[in-house]
Design a protein around this ligand. Structure first.
Ligand code: CMC
Length: 424
């Protein structure tokens, strides 16, 4: 199959067909408007491939997620965040030398410019850390200007991953009024983040290996998810040749929304609400099914996964193990499990293929780790960062890259003459 035919107003148009490495078929309509005058219409881009990409493969019907060909289940159990980040950005698993070198560079770029610290001081009490993180990511471009030199771009990629965790921890410390804790070079990425979050200058802080493992897993599960809202935003902004930091700042903003990364915070708030309401699941199920309520079951449904979200499956069992190992119980976990059971048997949810997504269980794990609710989406951003970078880099390195510029179907007023204000 190398072409498709489309008939419009009695004319037949032959459109080239592109087949991906997993036999995904795409009809190339990029020249269709030039020959027919018509555009294709796909609000929300549910059926539109915006690029060719070799980073992440998802089969939503079968619940498959692979980074650069490697199944998420294997990476989640065998790899760590640094190694998987290398894989996602550079395309191959690193050998020992490459791994050590990457880790070393990420370790020695964690400090932020001292002047940047002053930016934190000016945020009001209670500022959402995603507001802080989006501007901090963009502000990095003021401190580390970009050039077209590939070496500078590569250095900025390292700087961004290394400093992002320092910025995230500083945003948290600022929010709770504690002194900033500086990075430690003897700790691995996840451990260092936990140390900057939870250490206080007055006493020694020992990173729990259990929490370090759990954090590595959470970050790996979030690394990339092909052309999702924030990755597409990063590509969209980057397509104008905006610099890496500005493109990532935009990605942070896109992730913030409750239909995307902000869902993990929204899930926890929903579970709390159900608990405060005496655990009345049915009331919330009914609300979720009633479109006029404006309420959705947060952490349920996905644009691509229509059977199960493999990340949610991994997290569901991990949450139970971590809570067990920590000797903790969480009533919200019981509420989540009950809600999941009811929803999976409910006709409305079954008909629409609505299953728990990654955000349904991640919040309970973050909570068990002591991470406050409004930092949840920052945690998602920390994990997603290497994926955004890989998407940005792939786009920039693509010789066929053009500025992203969709068309529209205009539905407004037809041409009319201007009327002076006193004649209106
Ligand atoms: N609760 C109730 N109904 C829902 C839900 C939900 N969580 N999700 C979808 N539906 C219904 C929706 O009303 C629609 O019904 P109908 O066909 O009768 O109009 C149908 O299911 C299809 O929904 P959609 O909005 O067309 O689906 P979408 O692909 O545009 O949206 C989604 C996907 C994830 C935004 C949506 O399922 C949702 O809002 N979920 C809750 C928020 C959430 O958990 N987001 C995290 C996504 S996973 C993390 C990430 O990658 O960002």
């Amino acid at each position: 199959m190398d072409s498709a035919k489309l008939e419009l107003n009695g004319e037949t148009y032959e459109l080239p067909v592109i087949v991906g490495s997993e036999n995904e078929v795409g009809i190339d309509i990029s020249k269709f408007r030039a020959s027919s005058g018509a555009v294709t219409f796909d609000p929300g881009y549910g059926n539109t491939g915006s690029c060719q990409s070799s980073i992440t493969f998802i089969n939503g019907e079968k619940g498959i997620l692979r980074y650069r060909g490697y199944p998420i289940e294997q990476l989640a159990t065998k790899s760590d965040f640094i190694e998987t980040s290398y894989l996602i950005i550079y395309g191959e698993l690193p050998n020992q030398q490459q791994y050590d070198d990457f880790k070393h560079r990420l370790t020695y770029h964690t400090l932020i410019h001292e002047d940047m610290k002053r930016l934190f001081e000016n945020y009001p009490k209670g500022a959402h850390p995603m507001a802080v993180m989006s501007s901090m990511a963009t502000s990095l471009s003021a401190f580390y200007p970009e050039s077209d030199d590939p070496e500078v771009i590569e250095l900025n990629i390292i700087r961004l991953i290394a400093k992002f965790k320092t910025l995230a921890a500083f945003a948290y410390k600022k929010a709770i009024g504690q002194p900033y804790i500086y990075p430690r070079n003897d700790l691995d990425y996840a451990a260092d983040f936990l140390h900057m979050m939870f250490a206080v200058p007055s006493e020694p802080y020992k990173v729990s290996p259990l929490l370090e493992r759990a954090l590595n897993l959470l970050l790996i599960l979030h690394i990339d998810h092909e052309q999702n809202c924030s990755a597409s935003t990063v590509r969209m902004v980057g397509s104008s040749q905006a610099n890496l930091f500005a493109s990532i700042g935009a990605g942070v903003c896109a992730l913030w929304g409750p239909l995307h990364g902000g869902a993990n915070q929204a899930v926890l708030e929903m579970l709390e609400m159900i608990r405060a309401d005496g655990g009345d699941y049915q009331k919330y199920m009914d609300m979720a099914k009633d479109k006029s309520s404006g309420f959705r079951l947060m952490g349920f449904g996905h644009r691509v996964y229509k059977n199960f979200d493999p990340r949610a499956e991994i997290l569901k069992s991990t949450v139970a193990e971590v809570l067990d190992e920590m000797g903790k119980t969480d009533p919200l976990l019981d509420i989540a499990r009950n809600l999941e059971k009811i929803a999976l048997e409910d006709e409305y949810f079954v008909q629409r293929n609505l299953y728990p997504n990654v955000d349904f269980y991640s919040g309970i794990l973050y909570r068990a780790m002591g991470i406050p609710v409004d930092m949840f989406t920052v945690m998602f951003a920390l994990g997603r960062l290497p994926g955004w970078i890989a998407q940005w880099k792939e786009m920039r390195d693509d010789p066929k890259m053009r500025i992203n510029r969709p068309r529209q179907i205009y539905t407004g007023a037809n041409a009319r003459d201007y009327v002076a204000r006193d004649d209106r």
